[in-house]
Design a binder for this molecule. Structure first.
Ligand SMILES: Cc1ncc(COP(=O)(O)O)c(C=O)c1O
Length: 386
């Protein structure tokens, strides 16, 4: 019998192969320095965990409205006010299942099938894969060191007709940040050309040195802003995020949310509101990331990696490795097998150029960073000697 046609092929997320191989190595009793995943090694802040314990005893935690519990959007509006000195109508804020959940609903609310949406290469692979799964067309903007791996108006103009663009600042995998004037130019161009600007602000709160993150909400009422409790708030598995929507998309977004997900997880919503008040503990994580970043920036050159993207934000270093090995996927496998160092080959982030790069995540412990740098330096010395 003829089978119904399936959805289009979706690429795997190769980092999961590194994660599986690293786990296998650990199960056989060998140590692994984890620099492969962008997942803080810490959990939700303590004050938030206390709320979780209490609520499990006190509440039934049933469905909430698709927008979340009534106090959540005002709490986020206050947070946005404090972060960016900006007044946002809580009616524009929807609570979601992480940034990922926000993306699916926002893309469906904003675009029709066939929409052409620009994404950077290198960039976060799920943008491309989500667009494909939703029968939209990801349009690659090939970015490199000359624009600090961020898009420019020139690249947008050269991309052909567009319906939208997704920008991440700080970005994954390169960690680079758009300046306020660069972001302003991109948003203005999008408004002028009726191209929907989608700003992934999941790494806001994680910037180093002079870098500062601008929210697209401050630049245009047409922009969709997506954020999450996964990174700065250290709450990956709680699956909670939010979006600030243009007024004209809120009703469509709500209807999609009601039908596709009903509501975000109730317990996570309460815990996330409490996490908004735990800034002291969370800022200590940022201090650790700052220190870890320095350990890698100081140590990777001795391991042969000198071409590094400026790690302005997030918790990643994007390093060129094609002078060490032609294919970073094979190099990552070799490092894991021989050194116990787990890093992510660039293929996930850039389908055609990714084999020349490796991404190192520095959200683990300083001991992990030092151990990895030490092992990689010895490996490089052996490589040079052979
Ligand atoms: C740039 C970027 N956007 C979105 C996500 C998805 O985050 P969430 O856990 O909030 O779904 C990630 C996760 O690593 C990411 O790096």
């Amino acid at each position: 019998m003829a089978q119904p046609s399936t959805n289009q092929e979706i690429d795997p997320f190769y980092v999961m192969e590194v994660v599986a191989a690293a786990q296998e190595r650990e199960q056989s009793g060998e140590a692994v320095f984890h620099l492969e995943v962008g997942q803080p090694s810490t959990g939700a802040p303590k004050g938030a965990i206390e709320v979780a314990h209490r609520l499990l005893d006190e509440q039934t935690l049933g469905y909430t409205t698709s927008r979340g519990i009534p106090e959540f959007a005002p709490a986020l509006a206050k947070h946005i006010g404090q972060q960016y000195d900006l007044d946002v109508d809580p009616g524009r804020i929807a609570i979601t299942q992480g940034a990922s959940g926000a993306f699916v609903l926002a893309l469906l609310a904003a675009f029709k099938p066939g929409a052409r949406v620009a994404v950077t290469a290198p960039g976060y692979p799920c943008y491309r894969n989500m667009l494909t799964a939703l029968h939209m067309e990801p349009v690659a903007l090939n970015v490199d060191a000359s624009t600090r791996f961020q898009p420019t108006v020139e690249l947008l103009e050269a991309a052909g007709p567009l319906d939208g663009v997704i920008v991440a600042s700080p970005s994954n995998p390169t960690g680079t940040v758009l300046s306020s004037s660069e972001m302003t130019k991109l948003v203005a161009w999008c408004d002028e050309h009726h191209v929907r600007f989608i700003s992934d602000e999941i790494y806001h709160g994680l910037t180093y040195g002079e870098s500062n993150s601008v929210t697209a909400t401050s630049l245009s009422d047409n922009a969709i802003v997506i954020n999450s409790f996964s990174k700065y708030f250290s709450m990956t598995g709680w699956r909670i995020g939010w979006t600030v929507l243009p007024d004209e998309l809120t009703t469509r977004f709500d209807r999609l949310a009601q039908n596709l997900v009903i509501c975000p997880t109730a317990l996570s919503q309460h815990v996330a509101i409490a996490a908004l008040e735990c800034r002291d503990e969370l800022d200590q994580h940022v201090e650790r990331y700052t220190n870890n970043r320095q350990i890698l920036l100081d140590g990777l050159p001795a391991a042969g990696m000198t071409d590094l993207a400026p790690a302005d934000g997030a918790f990643y270093i994007w390093a060129r490795t094609d002078h060490l090995a032609a294919d970073s996927k094979l190099l990552a496998a070799e490092w894991l097998r021989t050194l116990g160092v787990a890093a992510t080959p660039g293929i996930d982030f850039h389908p055609t150029e990714g084999h020349k790069y490796m991404r190192f995540s520095f959200c683990g412990s300083p001991e992990t960073m030092r151990g990895a740098v030490d092992a990689l330096t010895k490996w490089r010395l052996r490589q040079l000697a052979s």
